[in-house]
Unconditional design. Structure first.
Length: 129
C-alpha cells in the first residue's frame, strides 16, 4: 500500500515555529493512526518534536487536544485507526491548543468591582460560588 496524504491543522501557537500558515499535508504510510501521523509530522517538521507529545513518553502534551470528524480523539489509543475521512484526506486532523481559564481570582475580583452607571454606582456579583 502506498502512503496516504493526511491533512493536519496545527494550533496557532505552533504555526510560527513550523513556519506554516495552518494546515499541512503529510504523506503517511498505512496504517493511518495518531502515532503514524504525528511521526510523519515530526519527521517533516523536526522543530515540532516535543511540542505536540512528550519526547520520552510520546504522550500528548496536556494543553493540546486532537479532533477529527467532530470527535475528540485526545484519549484514543495512539495505534487506533483514525476515521476514514482523515485517512483519505477529506477531513483534517485538528491539533487544538486547549483553552484554560475560567473565573480565577482576577476574574472574580473584576466581576465584584463597582461599576459607574450615570450618577450611580452599582456593584455586581456574577461569579458567586
Amino acid at each position: 500500500m502506498s502512503a496516504a496524504v493526511v491533512r493536519v491543522e496545527l494550533p496557532f501557537h505552533l504555526r510560527p515555529l513550523a513556519q506554516v500558515n495552518g494546515e499541512v499535508s503529510l504523506d503517511v504510510p498505512p496504517p493511518i493512526t495518531l502515532r503514524s501521523v504525528l511521526d510523519a509530522l515530526e519527521a517533516r517538521y523536526p522543530v515540532l518534536r516535543g511540542t505536540v507529545r512528550d519526547h520520552g513518553t510520546q504522550q500528548r502534551r496536556a494543553f493540546l487536544r486532537f479532533f477529527a470528524c467532530q470527535e475528540d480523539l485526545s484519549h484514543q489509543a495512539p495505534d487506533d485507526p483514525l476515521p476514514d475521512a482523515v485517512a483519505e484526506g477529506r477531513e483534517p486532523l485538528l491539533v487544538i491548543g486547549a483553552i484554560a481559564g475560567g473565573s480565577g481570582p482576577s476574574a472574580s475580583r473584576a466581576s465584584r468591582e463597582p461599576k459607574a452607571t450615570g450618577n450611580r454606582v452599582t456593584a455586581t456579583r456574577t461569579n458567586v460560588r
